[in-house]
Design a protein around this ligand. Structure first.
Ligand code: FA5
Length: 336
C-alpha cells in the first residue's frame, strides 16, 4: 500500500485530491488508524513490527503530500506567469503622486521671500469679528464694503458681537499690532470670502496675502521699495505694472498696483479687455488704525499691502479663470 499511496500522490492533479488521499491514509478512520487498531489482535511478537510499519507509512505519506502540494503551487505560479499576458519585464503600474496646490506653492515661495527679508508669517481667524474686519480698520458703519452683498455674516443667534467671514486679510494688521512689540514686519497669507457674483476674475472664496510693516519714520519711499522687491521676487520675469492712487479707509495715502493682463490677446474674460488686473493695493497705515492697534501714531508708522494671491497665481501659471483654483477638478490640479 505504501507504493500505491506514493504513486497516487505524485500524480495527484490538485490539492483537493491530496486532501482526500490524506483522509484515506492518515485520517481518523484511515488505513494507518485501522493498522494501529488491529495491533492488539496480533500475536505479541508481531505487534512491535506492525506499529513501526504503520508509523512509517504515516510519515512517508505526510512527507509526500507536503512535497506534492508545494510542487502543485509552483506549477500554478508558472502557469500564471506564462499565460494571461503576465510579463515580468514590464514596469510596474505608475504610482499616482499628489502635488501641492498652486496656491500653496506660490504661498510658500512668498513666505520664503519675505522671511528672508525679516518678515514673520502670521495667521488670523477666518471667522472674524466685525470690529476687526471693519471698525478698527477705520471703515465707518455706512461704508459700502459693509453691505451684506459683499459680506457673509454668520452671527450666532443672540450673540452681541457681530461675526462674519473675513472679507480681507487686513484684520490681522490690528491683531498683529495688539500682540507684537513694534518694530515688526509680517505677512499673512489666507483665505477670504465675499458674497459676490462669480466670474473669471472673481471668486466668493479666494486668497490674499497681507503685508504689514510697523516702524519709526516709515515713508512712501519704503513702501514703493518693498513693492518693487516683492514684484521682482514674485514674477522673476518682466511684467508691466502701474501705480495709481487708491482709496482704502485704513491707509493714507493709498495706492493700487495693477499688472498688465497677459490674457488679452485671445479675447479676454479675465480683465474684460481693461488690459489691467488689480493685484496689489497698498498704502501707509492710517493713524486711526495705529490707534486701534494700541500704538501712538506720533511715534509709530507703517505700510501695508493686500496682495491678491489668487490673481497672482493666475498670472504666474497662465490660468484664465480664478474658479479653477478651488474647483477641485483633478484634470486641472494634475497639471501642477
Ligand atoms: C482689500 O481687500 C484690502 N484689504 C487691500 C489692502 C490691504 C489695501 C492693505 C491697502 C492696504 P481689495 O478689495 O481691492 O482690497 O482686494 C485686494 C485684492 O484681492 C485685489 O487687488 C484682487 O487682486 C483680489 N480680489 C478682490 N476680489 C477678488 C475676488 N472676488 N476674487 C479673486 N480675487 C479678488
Amino acid at each position: 500500500t505504501l507504493s500505491d499511496a506514493l504513486g497516487r500522490i505524485s500524480t495527484a492533479p490538485d490539492v483537493d485530491t491530496l486532501r482526500s488521499i490524506e483522509r484515506e491514509f492518515v485520517g481518523k478512520d484511515g488505513v494507518v488508524a485501522s493498522m494501529l487498531a488491529a495491533i492488539p489482535t496480533l500475536p505479541p511478537a508481531d505487534r512491535k513490527g506492525a506499529g513501526q510499519s504503520a508509523n512509517q507509512l504515516k510519515q512517508a505519506v505526510l512527507t509526500a503530500l507536503a512535497e506534492r502540494e508545494v510542487a502543485l503551487g509552483n506549477a500554478a505560479l508558472d502557469a500564471e506567469r506564462k499565460g494571461d499576458g503576465f510579463d515580468a519585464s514590464l514596469p510596474p503600474p505608475r504610482l499616482e503622486r499628489g502635488t501641492l496646490h498652486p496656491v500653496v506653492q506660490v504661498t510658500r515661495e512668498l513666505e520664503d521671500l519675505f522671511t528672508s527679508m525679516g518678515y514673520m508669517v502670521l495667521d488670523g481667524p477666518e471667522v472674524e469679528l466685525d470690529e476687526y474686519n471693519f471698525e478698527k480698520l477705520n471703515i465707518p458703519a455706512d461704508h459700502p464694503a459693509r453691505d451684506t452683498q459683499d459680506t457673509f455674516y454668520c452671527n450666532a443667534p443672540g450673540s452681541k458681537a457681530t461675526l462674519l467671514l473675513r472679507t480681507h486679510t487686513s484684520p490681522v494688521q490690528v491683531r498683529a499690532m495688539e500682540h507684537l512689540q513694534p518694530p515688526f514686519r509680517a505677512v499673512v497669507p489666507g483665505k477670504v470670502f465675499r458674497q459676490e457674483t462669480t466670474d473669471a476674475s472673481h471668486e466668493h472664496t479666494f486668497h490674499q496675502m497681507e503685508g504689514i510693516v510697523i516702524d519709526r519714520n516709515v515713508s512712501v519711499g519704503h513702501l514703493i521699495g518693498a513693492m518693487k522687491t516683492l514684484l521682482r521676487g514674485i514674477f522673476k520675469k518682466d511684467i508691466e505694472v502701474r501705480l495709481r492712487p487708491g482709496y482704502f479707509p485704513f491707509v493714507e495715502p493709498g495706492f493700487e498696483l495693477d499688472a498688465r493682463c497677459p490674457f488679452c490677446e485671445k479675447g479676454c474674460s479675465v480683465c474684460k479687455q481693461s488690459t489691467w488686473i488689480e493685484l496689489l493695493p497698498c498704502g501707509l497705515v492710517h493713524p486711526n488704525v495705529l490707534k486701534a492697534g494700541g500704538l501712538d501714531p506720533e511715534e509709530w508708522g507703517g505700510f501695508a499691502f493686500g496682495l491678491g494671491l489668487s490673481r497672482l497665481v493666475m498670472l504666474r501659471y497662465g490660468i484664465d479663470d480664478v474658479r479653477h483654483l478651488l474647483g477641485g477638478d483633478l484634470r486641472f490640479l494634475e497639471q501642477f
